[in-house]
Design a protein around this ligand. Structure first.
Ligand code: ZN
Length: 205
C-alpha cells in the first residue's frame, strides 16, 4: 500500500478503539474514503460538535452538555429524590443498569479502575464521591464495579475512603461471573446481583 500520512494517522487512531485491530481499522478507513460525502463529512461535523459541546461532569462523571450544569438527577439537586448512589466504572455501565430498570437512584461514574493502565487514583472521581455522600446525606452507596481484580481493588479503596462517612456500603452479589464487566451482563444477572447485594461495612448503620 502506498503510504499516505493522513490515511496512516487515521488507521492508527481507529485501531485504538475497543475491539478493533489494524486490519479492521484499514477496512473502516477504506469504507470512509469510499463514502466521503455520506460518512466522512457528517462524521467530522458530529465529532467536532461532540468535542466542543459534550463533556463529563467533574463531580459525578456523567456525560452532559458542556454549557449547562449537571442535571438534578445527579449533581444539581433541586429536589432530593433518592438516598442512594450507585458507583460504576464507566458510562457504559451506567447505561446498562439504566436500561435494565432495576435501579432507581443517583449514579457516580469513576472513569476507570485504580490499576487500569495509565490510570492514576487521582484521576478517578473518588474524592468527589465522598463529598457527595456527605453533602447529600446519602444512606447507601452501592459499589457496582466489575468482578475483576482492578474492579475489586477499586471497591476496596472506595470503602476505605468512606470509612468516616456514616453511610451503608453495599456490594453487588457474588454470582457475577469472575472477570465479569457490568456492561456485558444480561438483565437477569444484573437483577439478581442488585437484589442480593450485601452490606460490607458492618460497623456503621
Ligand atoms: Zn454531575
Amino acid at each position: 500500500m502506498q503510504s499516505i500520512n493522513e490515511i496512516e494517522n487515521l488507521i492508527k487512531l481507529i485501531s485504538k478503539l475497543p475491539g478493533l485491530g489494524p486490519k479492521s481499522a484499514k477496512r473502516i478507513v477504506l469504507k470512509l474514503i469510499n463514502n466521503r460525502d455520506e460518512l466522512i463529512k457528517p462524521m467530522a461535523k458530529v465529532l467536532a460538535e461532540i468535542y466542543k459541546n459534550i463533556s463529563r461532569c467533574k463531580i459525578c462523571g456523567t456525560l452532559k452538555p458542556s454549557s449547562v450544569e449537571c442535571d438534578f438527577n445527579n449533581c444539581k439537586i433541586l429536589e432530593k429524590k433518592y438516598d442512594r448512589i450507585c458507583v460504576v466504572e464507566n458510562i457504559s455501565d451506567q447505561w446498562s443498569i439504566e436500561s435494565s430498570n432495576i435501579y432507581k437512584g443517583y449514579f457516580h461514574i469513576l472513569g476507570g479502575t485504580i490499576s487500569s493502565v495509565g490510570q492514576r487514583k487521582e484521576d478517578l472521581l473518588i474524592n468527589s464521591l465522598v463529598e457527595r455522600v456527605n453533602r447529600d446525606e446519602i444512606e447507601e452507596v452501592i459499589l457496582a464495579t466489575s468482578a475483576t481484580v482492578e474492579g475489586q481493588t477499586t471497591a476496596y479503596y472506595i470503602q476505605d475512603s468512606l470509612k468516616n462517612s456514616n453511610v451503608k456500603i453495599t456490594k453487588l452479589a457474588q454470582g457475577l461471573p469472575v472477570g465479569g464487566e457490568i456492561e456485558s451482563l444480561d438483565d437477569g444477572t444484573l437483577f439478581s446481583a442488585f437484589k442480593n447485594r450485601s452490606k460490607i461495612n458492618p460497623s456503621s448503620k
